[in-house]
Design a protein around this ligand. Structure first.
Ligand code: AMP
Ligand code: MN
Ligand code: MN
Ligand code: MN
Length: 283
Protein backbone atom coordinates (compact mmCIF):
# COMPACT_ATOMS: atom_id res chain seq x y z
CA UNK A 1 0.00 0.00 0.00
CA UNK A 2 0.97 3.59 -0.50
CA UNK A 3 0.45 4.82 3.03
CA UNK A 4 -0.21 8.48 2.46
CA UNK A 5 -3.51 10.13 3.22
CA UNK A 6 -3.70 12.07 -0.03
CA UNK A 7 -7.05 13.53 -1.09
CA UNK A 8 -6.65 14.92 -4.59
CA UNK A 9 -10.25 15.56 -5.61
CA UNK A 10 -12.88 17.81 -4.00
CA UNK A 11 -15.02 20.88 -4.68
CA UNK A 12 -15.57 24.27 -3.03
CA UNK A 13 -18.08 27.10 -3.51
CA UNK A 14 -15.87 28.20 -6.42
CA UNK A 15 -17.64 25.38 -8.34
CA UNK A 16 -20.39 23.11 -7.02
CA UNK A 17 -19.27 22.42 -3.45
CA UNK A 18 -20.94 24.08 -0.48
CA UNK A 19 -17.83 24.88 1.60
CA UNK A 20 -15.17 27.57 1.20
CA UNK A 21 -11.59 26.52 0.39
CA UNK A 22 -10.64 27.49 3.97
CA UNK A 23 -13.36 25.35 5.56
CA UNK A 24 -12.48 22.42 3.31
CA UNK A 25 -8.82 22.71 4.31
CA UNK A 26 -9.80 22.66 7.98
CA UNK A 27 -12.02 19.62 7.44
CA UNK A 28 -9.33 17.80 5.44
CA UNK A 29 -6.72 18.47 8.14
CA UNK A 30 -9.16 17.34 10.83
CA UNK A 31 -9.66 14.07 8.91
CA UNK A 32 -5.91 13.46 8.72
CA UNK A 33 -5.26 14.44 5.10
CA UNK A 34 -1.52 14.90 4.53
CA UNK A 35 -1.51 15.93 0.87
CA UNK A 36 -4.48 17.83 -0.49
CA UNK A 37 -5.75 19.29 -3.78
CA UNK A 38 -8.88 21.36 -4.39
CA UNK A 39 -10.19 20.46 -7.86
CA UNK A 40 -13.07 22.76 -8.74
CA UNK A 41 -14.84 22.11 -12.05
CA UNK A 42 -13.31 24.15 -14.89
CA UNK A 43 -11.98 26.69 -12.36
CA UNK A 44 -8.82 27.57 -10.50
CA UNK A 45 -10.13 30.68 -8.73
CA UNK A 46 -9.82 28.98 -5.32
CA UNK A 47 -6.24 27.76 -5.70
CA UNK A 48 -4.38 30.49 -3.87
CA UNK A 49 -6.78 30.38 -0.92
CA UNK A 50 -6.62 26.58 -0.78
CA UNK A 51 -2.82 26.50 -0.88
CA UNK A 52 -2.57 29.10 1.88
CA UNK A 53 -5.12 27.33 4.05
CA UNK A 54 -3.33 24.00 3.50
CA UNK A 55 -0.08 25.56 4.68
CA UNK A 56 -1.78 27.01 7.76
CA UNK A 57 -2.94 23.48 8.68
CA UNK A 58 0.41 21.84 7.96
CA UNK A 59 -0.83 19.92 4.91
CA UNK A 60 1.11 19.63 1.70
CA UNK A 61 -0.71 20.90 -1.38
CA UNK A 62 -0.97 20.33 -5.14
CA UNK A 63 -2.82 22.74 -7.43
CA UNK A 64 -5.90 21.14 -8.93
CA UNK A 65 -8.87 21.39 -11.26
CA UNK A 66 -11.39 19.02 -12.89
CA UNK A 67 -11.93 19.79 -16.56
CA UNK A 68 -15.17 18.85 -18.35
CA UNK A 69 -14.45 17.05 -21.62
CA UNK A 70 -16.63 15.56 -24.33
CA UNK A 71 -15.38 12.19 -25.58
CA UNK A 72 -17.37 9.73 -27.73
CA UNK A 73 -20.53 11.68 -27.00
CA UNK A 74 -20.14 11.41 -23.20
CA UNK A 75 -18.92 13.85 -20.60
CA UNK A 76 -15.59 12.76 -19.15
CA UNK A 77 -13.76 14.54 -16.33
CA UNK A 78 -10.03 15.08 -16.43
CA UNK A 79 -8.34 16.12 -13.20
CA UNK A 80 -5.25 18.29 -13.52
CA UNK A 81 -2.72 18.31 -10.67
CA UNK A 82 0.44 20.25 -9.95
CA UNK A 83 0.17 22.74 -12.85
CA UNK A 84 1.20 26.40 -12.69
CA UNK A 85 -2.01 28.29 -11.85
CA UNK A 86 -0.70 31.39 -13.63
CA UNK A 87 -0.16 29.58 -16.94
CA UNK A 88 -1.91 31.62 -19.65
CA UNK A 89 -2.89 28.65 -21.83
CA UNK A 90 -4.47 26.84 -18.92
CA UNK A 91 -6.33 29.92 -17.73
CA UNK A 92 -7.64 30.66 -21.21
CA UNK A 93 -8.71 27.05 -21.74
CA UNK A 94 -10.69 27.02 -18.51
CA UNK A 95 -12.40 30.33 -19.30
CA UNK A 96 -13.43 28.86 -22.65
CA UNK A 97 -14.63 25.59 -21.11
CA UNK A 98 -16.85 27.23 -18.52
CA UNK A 99 -18.06 29.88 -21.01
CA UNK A 100 -21.05 27.88 -22.22
CA UNK A 101 -22.49 27.27 -18.76
CA UNK A 102 -24.65 30.41 -18.57
CA UNK A 103 -26.59 29.71 -21.77
CA UNK A 104 -26.83 26.01 -20.87
CA UNK A 105 -28.34 26.90 -17.49
CA UNK A 106 -31.06 28.93 -19.19
CA UNK A 107 -31.85 25.94 -21.41
CA UNK A 108 -31.96 23.63 -18.38
CA UNK A 109 -34.44 26.03 -16.76
CA UNK A 110 -36.53 26.13 -19.95
CA UNK A 111 -36.63 22.33 -19.99
CA UNK A 112 -37.73 22.22 -16.37
CA UNK A 113 -40.39 24.89 -17.02
CA UNK A 114 -41.90 22.55 -19.62
CA UNK A 115 -42.70 20.07 -16.86
CA UNK A 116 -44.05 22.74 -14.55
CA UNK A 117 -40.95 23.62 -12.52
CA UNK A 118 -40.85 27.39 -12.68
CA UNK A 119 -38.11 29.90 -11.92
CA UNK A 120 -35.44 27.20 -11.71
CA UNK A 121 -32.75 29.50 -13.10
CA UNK A 122 -33.33 32.05 -10.34
CA UNK A 123 -33.65 29.23 -7.83
CA UNK A 124 -30.37 27.62 -8.87
CA UNK A 125 -28.59 30.98 -8.81
CA UNK A 126 -29.25 31.25 -5.08
CA UNK A 127 -26.88 28.33 -4.59
CA UNK A 128 -24.18 29.56 -6.97
CA UNK A 129 -20.97 30.79 -5.35
CA UNK A 130 -19.27 31.77 -8.62
CA UNK A 131 -21.34 33.41 -11.37
CA UNK A 132 -19.14 31.77 -14.03
CA UNK A 133 -19.80 28.31 -12.68
CA UNK A 134 -23.46 27.41 -12.63
CA UNK A 135 -23.81 23.64 -12.69
CA UNK A 136 -26.49 20.98 -12.60
CA UNK A 137 -25.70 20.54 -8.92
CA UNK A 138 -27.08 24.01 -8.20
CA UNK A 139 -30.34 23.11 -9.96
CA UNK A 140 -30.44 19.89 -7.97
CA UNK A 141 -30.17 21.79 -4.69
CA UNK A 142 -33.03 24.07 -5.73
CA UNK A 143 -35.27 21.12 -6.63
CA UNK A 144 -34.61 19.55 -3.24
CA UNK A 145 -35.47 22.89 -1.61
CA UNK A 146 -38.83 23.06 -3.43
CA UNK A 147 -39.67 19.52 -2.32
CA UNK A 148 -39.78 18.23 -5.92
CA UNK A 149 -37.27 15.53 -4.87
CA UNK A 150 -35.93 14.11 -1.63
CA UNK A 151 -32.23 14.43 -2.45
CA UNK A 152 -29.90 15.52 -5.22
CA UNK A 153 -29.41 12.01 -6.63
CA UNK A 154 -33.15 11.76 -7.13
CA UNK A 155 -33.08 15.10 -8.97
CA UNK A 156 -30.35 13.83 -11.31
CA UNK A 157 -32.21 10.60 -11.91
CA UNK A 158 -35.56 12.23 -12.64
CA UNK A 159 -34.63 15.57 -14.20
CA UNK A 160 -31.01 16.19 -15.11
CA UNK A 161 -29.66 13.17 -16.94
CA UNK A 162 -29.96 12.11 -20.56
CA UNK A 163 -33.56 11.81 -21.73
CA UNK A 164 -34.92 13.80 -18.77
CA UNK A 165 -36.61 17.24 -19.05
CA UNK A 166 -33.72 19.30 -17.63
CA UNK A 167 -31.00 17.57 -19.63
CA UNK A 168 -29.21 19.74 -22.19
CA UNK A 169 -26.56 18.15 -24.39
CA UNK A 170 -23.40 20.20 -24.19
CA UNK A 171 -20.04 20.25 -25.92
CA UNK A 172 -17.17 20.64 -23.44
CA UNK A 173 -13.41 20.75 -24.11
CA UNK A 174 -11.74 18.10 -26.26
CA UNK A 175 -9.70 15.40 -24.51
CA UNK A 176 -6.63 16.53 -26.39
CA UNK A 177 -6.95 20.16 -25.36
CA UNK A 178 -7.66 19.42 -21.70
CA UNK A 179 -4.64 17.11 -21.39
CA UNK A 180 -2.43 19.60 -23.21
CA UNK A 181 -3.49 22.59 -21.11
CA UNK A 182 -2.60 20.68 -17.95
CA UNK A 183 0.63 19.20 -19.31
CA UNK A 184 1.87 22.42 -20.90
CA UNK A 185 1.32 24.17 -17.55
CA UNK A 186 3.68 21.66 -15.93
CA UNK A 187 0.94 19.47 -14.43
CA UNK A 188 -0.21 15.88 -14.63
CA UNK A 189 -3.52 14.86 -16.25
CA UNK A 190 -5.63 12.17 -14.56
CA UNK A 191 -8.79 10.41 -15.78
CA UNK A 192 -11.36 11.06 -13.04
CA UNK A 193 -13.66 8.29 -11.71
CA UNK A 194 -13.49 6.06 -14.84
CA UNK A 195 -16.20 3.68 -13.62
CA UNK A 196 -18.78 6.47 -13.83
CA UNK A 197 -18.82 6.66 -17.64
CA UNK A 198 -21.31 4.65 -19.64
CA UNK A 199 -18.75 3.42 -22.16
CA UNK A 200 -18.55 0.11 -23.93
CA UNK A 201 -15.29 -1.78 -23.41
CA UNK A 202 -14.11 -0.51 -26.81
CA UNK A 203 -14.93 3.10 -26.02
CA UNK A 204 -13.18 2.87 -22.66
CA UNK A 205 -10.14 1.37 -24.34
CA UNK A 206 -10.17 4.27 -26.81
CA UNK A 207 -10.41 6.78 -23.96
CA UNK A 208 -7.37 5.37 -22.18
CA UNK A 209 -5.40 4.94 -25.40
CA UNK A 210 -6.07 8.47 -26.66
CA UNK A 211 -5.53 9.95 -23.20
CA UNK A 212 -2.07 8.37 -23.08
CA UNK A 213 -1.27 9.43 -26.63
CA UNK A 214 -2.03 13.06 -25.71
CA UNK A 215 0.30 12.88 -22.70
CA UNK A 216 -2.08 11.87 -19.90
CA UNK A 217 -0.32 10.01 -17.09
CA UNK A 218 -2.76 9.16 -14.31
CA UNK A 219 -6.08 7.56 -13.43
CA UNK A 220 -8.19 7.72 -10.30
CA UNK A 221 -8.31 4.28 -8.76
CA UNK A 222 -9.54 4.97 -5.24
CA UNK A 223 -12.33 7.56 -5.42
CA UNK A 224 -15.60 8.23 -3.63
CA UNK A 225 -17.30 7.29 -6.92
CA UNK A 226 -15.91 3.73 -7.05
CA UNK A 227 -16.89 0.52 -5.33
CA UNK A 228 -14.25 -1.78 -3.84
CA UNK A 229 -14.52 -4.00 -6.92
CA UNK A 230 -13.87 -0.95 -9.09
CA UNK A 231 -10.69 -0.14 -7.12
CA UNK A 232 -9.44 -3.57 -8.18
CA UNK A 233 -10.58 -3.20 -11.78
CA UNK A 234 -8.96 0.21 -12.29
CA UNK A 235 -5.79 -0.80 -10.47
CA UNK A 236 -5.47 -3.40 -13.24
CA UNK A 237 -6.27 -0.79 -15.89
CA UNK A 238 -3.60 1.54 -14.44
CA UNK A 239 -1.02 -1.24 -14.75
CA UNK A 240 -2.18 -2.25 -18.22
CA UNK A 241 -1.80 1.32 -19.53
CA UNK A 242 1.25 2.24 -17.45
CA UNK A 243 -0.61 5.02 -15.65
CA UNK A 244 0.05 6.38 -12.16
CA UNK A 245 -2.80 6.11 -9.68
CA UNK A 246 -4.69 8.85 -7.86
CA UNK A 247 -6.89 8.93 -4.79
CA UNK A 248 -9.63 11.44 -3.99
CA UNK A 249 -12.96 11.65 -2.21
CA UNK A 250 -14.76 13.93 -4.73
CA UNK A 251 -16.25 15.57 -1.65
CA UNK A 252 -18.82 18.32 -2.38
CA UNK A 253 -20.86 18.87 0.77
CA UNK A 254 -21.35 17.36 4.23
CA UNK A 255 -25.05 16.79 3.55
CA UNK A 256 -24.66 15.27 0.08
CA UNK A 257 -21.35 13.43 -0.21
CA UNK A 258 -21.13 9.96 1.25
CA UNK A 259 -17.32 9.92 1.17
CA UNK A 260 -15.74 12.51 3.45
CA UNK A 261 -12.37 14.17 2.83
CA UNK A 262 -9.50 11.78 3.50
CA UNK A 263 -11.74 8.85 4.43
CA UNK A 264 -10.83 6.35 1.74
CA UNK A 265 -8.79 3.17 1.54
CA UNK A 266 -5.12 3.66 0.69
CA UNK A 267 -3.93 3.09 -2.86
CA UNK A 268 -2.90 -0.50 -3.61
CA UNK A 269 0.87 -0.78 -3.14
CA UNK A 270 1.75 -2.16 -6.55
CA UNK A 271 0.75 1.12 -8.21
CA UNK A 272 2.79 4.27 -8.70
CA UNK A 273 0.99 7.11 -6.90
CA UNK A 274 0.61 10.31 -8.92
CA UNK A 275 2.34 12.25 -6.15
CA UNK A 276 5.56 10.35 -6.82
CA UNK A 277 5.60 11.90 -10.29
CA UNK A 278 4.75 15.32 -8.87
CA UNK A 279 7.31 15.53 -6.07
CA UNK A 280 8.73 18.82 -7.34
CA UNK A 281 5.25 20.38 -7.70
CA UNK A 282 4.15 19.78 -4.10
CA UNK A 283 3.85 22.98 -2.06
P1 AMP B 1 -22.30 19.78 -14.63
O1 AMP B 1 -20.80 20.01 -14.70
O2 AMP B 1 -23.07 21.07 -14.53
O3 AMP B 1 -22.81 18.90 -15.72
O4 AMP B 1 -22.57 19.04 -13.25
C1 AMP B 1 -21.88 17.84 -12.97
C2 AMP B 1 -21.89 17.60 -11.48
O5 AMP B 1 -23.17 17.12 -11.09
C3 AMP B 1 -20.94 16.51 -11.04
O6 AMP B 1 -19.66 17.03 -10.85
C4 AMP B 1 -21.55 16.07 -9.73
O7 AMP B 1 -21.17 16.95 -8.70
C5 AMP B 1 -23.03 16.23 -9.98
N1 AMP B 1 -23.68 14.96 -10.34
C6 AMP B 1 -23.65 14.33 -11.52
N2 AMP B 1 -24.41 13.20 -11.48
C7 AMP B 1 -24.92 13.14 -10.23
C8 AMP B 1 -25.80 12.24 -9.54
N3 AMP B 1 -26.29 11.16 -10.15
N4 AMP B 1 -26.10 12.52 -8.26
C9 AMP B 1 -25.64 13.61 -7.62
N5 AMP B 1 -24.80 14.50 -8.23
C10 AMP B 1 -24.46 14.27 -9.50
MN1 MN C 1 -19.42 18.28 -9.04
MN1 MN D 1 -16.36 14.45 -11.82
MN1 MN E 1 -15.45 16.05 -8.93
Amino acid sequence: MSILNADLHCHSVVSDGTMTPEDLAARAAQNGVELWALTDHDEIGGQRRAAEAARAHGMRYLTGTEISVTFAGETVHIVGLGFDPDDAGMRHGLVETRGGRGARALEIAAGLAQVGIRNAYEGALKYVGNPELISRTHFARFLVETGACRDTSEVFRRYLTEGKPGYVPHRWASLKNAVQWITDAGGLAVIAHPARYKFTANEEYALFTEFKAHGGRGVEVVTGSHTAAEYVKYAETAKEFGLAASRGSDFHSPGESHTDLGRLPYLPGELTPVWELLADRIQ
